[in-house]
Each structure stands twice: as structure tokens, then as C-alpha cells.
Write a protein that binds this ligand. Structure first.
Ligand SMILES: Cc1cc2nc3c(=O)[nH]c(=O)nc-3n(C[C@H](O)[C@H](O)[C@H](O)COP(=O)(O)OP(=O)(O)OC[C@H]3O[C@@H](n4cnc5c(N)ncnc54)[C@H](O)[C@@H]3O)c2cc1C
Length: 406
């Protein structure tokens, strides 16, 4: 019996990686092996409900200091030299077992909410980011609405905040909001009379209503729901960034989120590839192992090449971001590369495993099989945090210039 191994151990050289990143990879892998792997089938297959938020995993991540990794020491973070690279490395490792949990508990919580608070006023940063680092609250990040999501323009956005003495009256209806069913605080992008503005809002308010979680194709551990905010007063000090500059605030976090989706895609692709190689070495067809067919050797060689490229892309994006403070082009490229790859590798992995790729649980033995959930989870990577068409637009804008790309 050929054992299931991590092919990245043989194929990926970490020759260029800083020592602190190698240590973070080990730490995150140990965490994922110990705490995510044993409950992966539950995280990836339990139908969404208000009670299915993976609180236990969230608490374990906090307890083991994973939320300290992206942030500076003054708010209780680790103060790493390459915090973005470290964060994405954690995401690849967690997504090896559960893309949904990674997206909700790390991308949503640490990258989108945490990063936005990191760039907020010193009052909001000190008050709330230090609590997020300790894992004392769950946050949500809301830009999407029923009628608009990709198009985040003042013209399209229905959520509106009216300026009043000392603050704002917010009326908003947001959709697909990750973690909202349990969140204590929410970042909300609204139209105002002077452009879009981002607000940080306490959810403990009788005028805020959150619906039941959506039932989705995949990412079951990532609970999304509609959020209604009706005539809620928000103090001026809870505006994040400048009034009218909320789109920049949102896109700042989403640039990091896009790299994160790239890293999640790499984790899923690696997981599917490892499983397929293991299975094809053990399964016999026509008197020989499936792995002896050159068709599959070449198929998975191509996937290994693409995993190498996608991993290097997110690493470069994060490295550049840590050094230069921006990496828009690499972030767009790494999101496309990682998310497409996860769909392609999981599709071929299911194909080579046949029915054992397609099944979720085999009733005869009670065994769970991982590929069908990876395939289901992979698709959303091509859509959320800026659909891949938008990432191509970002690349085209840099290639052709705004006069041509718009
Ligand atoms: C699991 C999950 C979690 C989510 N979490 C959050 C969250 O926490 N916060 C939040 O605010 N939102 C969240 N979303 C929403 C998500 O970001 C949006 O669904 C996504 O941005 C796409 O928006 P849309 O579905 O409204 O599609 P639309 O904006 O209607 O776009 C539909 C499709 O049109 C195409 N398209 C759009 N623009 C162009 C263009 N210019 N050129 C060519 N093609 C184009 C793309 O293929 C796109 O997929 C989440 C969604 C899901 C499913």
C-alpha cells in the first residue's frame, strides 16, 4: 500500500523563503494536522445553519496565536518581518484540509476585518484590533448587496448613510456576508453624499437583523447571510478611513484577500493532487496501477508545474506587499492562478479516482472521501473577492492603460 504523502515536500524548494516563514509553515501545518484534519469532513459537509459556525476551530486558532501572525507587536501581534507572507502561508496550510474554514476564519477575520482595522484610526485600531488578535470577537466585512457586488460604485450602491450631528444614520441591506450570523462587529460600506464611506458597527443593536445562513454549493463552514441595518446611529469616530474614501479602504483589504484566495487555491490543489497520486498508485485497472498510465503521469505533471507557479506567485505577491506596501498586479495574478488551478486539479483528481472521487461517504464502510468537497469548494474562488474577470481587468489596465481598458 503506497502511503498518502505531501508531494510539496519533494517538489517545492523553500530555498528563497525567509527562516521565519519556514517556521510559520511548520507551525500552521502542525495546527492543521492536529485540529482541522480530524474534523475536515464535518467542516466541509455540514449543511449551513446558525449553529454550524465552527466556534471550536475559531477558539483554537485564537488560543494557538494564529491571529497574532498578521499584526504588529503593539496590538499583541507577532511583529514578523514578513507578516503578509506568513499569513498567506498559514492560509495555504489550513486550506489543505478546509477551504471554507480558512476563508471564513482566516481570510474573512484576519485579512479583511483585521487588515481594515489595522489601517483605521488609532482609536479603532487600539480598541478593536487588539481584541481581534486575541480572538475575543468575530467580525464581518460587508460590501456586497442584493443588486450590486462587483460594481462597488456610488451609483449602484443602495446602502446609504446620512450625516447628522455627531455621526451618521445608516440604512443598509448587505448580502452574502461571511460570519455575520455570529459576528459582534461589522464593517459596512455605504454610499454617502461625498462618495462611499466605510463604517465600523456594533451588531448588538435591535435595529440590526441577520437572516439565516445561505445553503451553498460549497464552503459549508463559511456561513453567509443577509444583514439589514435600519436607522442605526453611528458616531463619527466609527468611520474607517476618510469620509468618501471607503472604496480605497475596501480595496486595500481586498488586495490582500485576493492573494489569500490564491493561497487557498494552492492548498486545495495540492491536497487534490496528493490524494490523486496516492489513489492512482494503489488502484489497479487492466492488471496494472492507474499511475502507470502515462496519460495520468503527464496530467499531474502539468498540475505540479502549475502548483509551483501559483505558489510562487502568491509568495511573490505577499513578499512584494511586505516590502513595498502594494502588489496589485501580482495579487490579481495569484488569485486567478490559484483559484483556477483548484478547480482544474480537483476535477482531474476526481476523474482519476472515478466513483471514489465522486463519493462523499461510502455507506458500506462509513468512510469519507475528500475530493468532492474540494471540487465544490474550489468554484467560489473564481467568483468572490473580485471575480476573475475583474482581476483580468486589473492586469489589462496595467498592460494597455486606462484609456483602453476603462
Ligand atoms: C461564500 C461567499 C462568501 C462571501 N463573502 C462575502 C463577504 O464576507 N462580504 C461581502 O461583501 N461579500 C461577500 N460575498 C459576495 C461576493 O464577493 C460576490 O458574490 C462577488 O463579488 C460577485 O458578486 P455578485 O455575485 O453580485 O455577481 P455580479 O457582480 O452580478 O457579477 C456576476 C458575474 O459577472 C461577471 N462580471 C462582473 N463584472 C464583469 C466585468 N466588468 N467584465 C466581465 N465580467 C464581469 C463575473 O463573472 C461575475 O462572476 C461572498 C460570496 C460568497 C458566495
Amino acid at each position: 500500500m503506497d502511503m498518502l504523502i505531501r508531494n510539496s515536500e519533494k517538489m517545492f524548494s523553500d530555498i528563497f523563503l525567509p527562516e521565519e516563514i519556514k517556521e510559520i509553515r511548520n507551525e500552521a501545518r502542525n495546527f492543521a494536522e492536529k485540529y482541522i484534519k480530524p474534523k475536515a469532513h464535518l467542516l466541509n459537509n455540514t449543511v449551513e445553519s446558525k449553529s454550524s459556525f465552527p466556534r471550536e476551530v475559531f477558539d483554537l486558532m485564537a488560543e494557538h496565536g494564529l491571529y497574532q501572525i498578521p499584526f504588529a507587536q503593539d496590538v499583541g501581534g507577532r511583529g514578523l518581518k514578513y507578516p503578509t507572507l506568513a499569513t498567506l502561508t498559514v492560509m495555504e496550510e489550513l486550506a489543505y484540509y478546509s477551504a471554507g474554514a480558512t476563508s471564513a476564519l482566516f481570510d474573512g477575520q484576519a485579512l479583511l476585518v483585521g487588515n481594515t482595522l489595522d489601517k483605521a484610526s488609532s482609536y479603532l485600531r487600539e480598541q478593536y484590533l487588539s481584541k481581534l488578535v486575541k480572538g475575543t470577537f468575530v467580525g464581518a466585512f460587508a460590501t456586497s448587496e442584493p443588486l450590486t457586488s462587483t460594481d462597488l460604485s456610488v451609483r449602484s450602491m443602495q446602502s446609504y448613510a446620512q450625516k447628522v450631528e455627531g455621526g451618521w444614520i445608516v440604512n443598509a441591506h448587505k448580502r452574502w456576508i461571511t460570519n455575520s450570523v455570529v459576528a459582534e462587529y461589522i464593517l459596512v460600506l455605504c454610499a454617502t453624499d461625498h462618495g462611499l464611506t466605510m463604517f465600523f458597527i456594533d451588531m448588538d443593536n435591535k435595529n440590526i437583523h441577520v437572516g439565516d445562513p445561505d445553503i451553498k454549493m460549497g464552503n459549508k463552514a463559511q456561513l453567509t447571510a443577509d444583514v439589514h441595518i435600519n436607522d442605526v446611529f453611528i458616531l463619527d469616530s466609527y468611520v474607517v478611513g476618510e469620509v468618501g474614501k471607503g472604496l480605497n479602504v475596501a480595496l486595500g483589504a481586498l488586495t490582500l484577500g485576493r492573494m489569500g484566495i490564491g493561497a487557498i487555491g494552492v492548498g486545495m490543489a495540492q491536497s487534490a493532487l496528493d490524494y490523486a497520486i496516492h489513489y492512482s498508485k494503489n488502484r489497479k485497472v487492466f492488471g496494472q496501477a492507474l499511475a502507470r498510465f502515462q496519460h495520468w503521469q503527464y496530467t499531474f505533471s502539468d498540475h505540479a508545474l502549475n502548483i509551483e507557479n501559483a505558489r510562487n506567485l502568491y509568495i511573490k505577491a505577499a513578499y512584494r506587499y511586505d516590502i513595498e506596501g502594494n502588489a496589485e498586479i501580482e495579487a490579481a495574478m495569484s488569485k486567478i492562478a490559484g483559484s483556477q488551478l483548484a478547480v482544474e486539479v480537483s476535477r482531474d483528481a476526481i476523474q482519476v479516482c472515478g466513483a471514489y472521487g465522486f463519493v462523499q461517504q461510502l455507506k458500506e464502510t462509513g468512510e469519507y472521501y475528500p475530493l468532492e468537497s474540494i471540487y465544490r469548494d474550489a468554484k467560489i474562488g473564481e467568483i468572490y473577492e473580485g471575480a476573475n474577470e475583474i482581476q483580468r481587468w486589473v492586469i489589462a489596465r496595467n498592460l494597455f492603460g486606462r484609456a483602453f481598458s476603462g
